[in-house]
Write a protein that binds this ligand. Structure first.
Ligand code: SF4
Length: 298
């Protein structure tokens, strides 16, 4: 709910993920990517899920109370690395104090020192960071620390929201390698980003979001090699390539308002292939590995 009215931030999103699998969620700003992650974490501030379900290992996480979800699942089964999370480290506490606070909050009853040390090592850091304050660490180190904090209670599924944004390319590579390692260890990952090349590094599945809907879902191979939705095609054509002299294209216009979204296809105003019938609700057609919301595949 906003002052201007109810925002329908997310609709018609469905996908599944197996153990050790990862999905990349891509789309431009305000398309619903972060709302999707926050919905899974049941952390929608001022928002609510009005229909649908979210299943974790076959069990609904929407049919249980907030306290049961927090006790049973949050950080233990599903955790999130929030957008800009490295800036959320408290500047007046050492890294060790901040790790201890997380463990205390979740009533961890094991050996604190051992656990923290294990987590630091899993993200490639040594114990010497523990006595430091956030300002004494580089951006890459801080990002690794917030990832280690998210992993502290051993979640099976991690949602990483723009974990590489605002980091230089070398640190980006470190974070991507870390996510690859976690995946190899059996963790399922949802990587939220506007950066499609980063998704191609780790994800087997991709969901393309536009105007609060997942307009195309499929395997990374199908989406990169044979993108179907005109928005997915335009998104891929907007990526600069070192190997090609082609000038990247841009998508004219602006995304639709989600307070009063268009009745039909939400990409209608910007789509070069729009047809009269696109003004009514776009259908969902099956593709080889997923689905696409576009009349071109009727
Ligand atoms: Fe374009 Fe129509 Fe497909 Fe929407 S449904 S993406 S307007 S062709």
């Amino acid at each position: 709910m906003s002052q201007a009215g109810t925002v329908r931030a997310l609709e018609d999103v469905s996908f599944s993920l197996e153990k050790g699998e990862s999905i990349g969620i891509a789309g431009e700003s305000a398309c619903g990517k972060s709302t999707l992650g926050l919905s899974i974490m049941r952390m929608l501030q001022g928002g609510k899920i009005v229909s649908g379900d979210i299943l974790l290992e076959g069990e609904s996480i929407l049919n249980i109370s907030e306290s049961e979800f927090a006790k049973k699942h949050r950080k233990k089964n599903v955790a999130m690395v929030f957008q800009g999370a490295m800036n959320s480290l408290d500047p007046v506490f050492t890294i060790e104090e901040q790790f201890i606070e997380v463990l205390k909050q979740h009533q961890y009853d094991g050996d604190f020192k051992k656990k923290i040390s294990e987590m630091l090592s899993s993200v490639g850091l040594k114990n010497n960071v523990l006595k430091k304050y956030p300002h004494e660490l580089s951006g890459g180190m801080k990002q690794r620390i917030v990832i280690a904090m998210a992993l502290l209670l051993g979640p099976k599924f991690v949602i990483a929201d723009e974990p590489t944004t605002a980091l230089d390319v070398l640190v980006q590579a470190q974070i991507i390698n870390l996510l690859k390692k976690l995946k190899k260890d059996g963790m399922s990952i949802m990587l939220i980003t506007h950066d499609l090349p980063i998704i191609s590094e780790i994800a087997e599945k991709i969901g393309i979001m536009y105007g609060g809907k997942m307009v195309e879902f499929g395997t990374a191979h199908d989406i990169y090699k044979n993108p179907k939705h005109p928005y997915t095609q335009a998104l891929l054509e907007s990526i600069p390539s070192l190997r090609s002299k082609k000038i990247p294209k841009y998508i004219k216009g602006n995304p639709p308002s989600l307070i009063k979204p268009p009745e039909g296809c939400r990409f209608y105003d910007r789509c070069p292939q729009a047809m009269e019938k696109c003004k009514k609700d776009p259908p969902k057609f099956k593709t080889d590995s997923g689905y696409v919301l576009c009349w071109l595949y009727e």
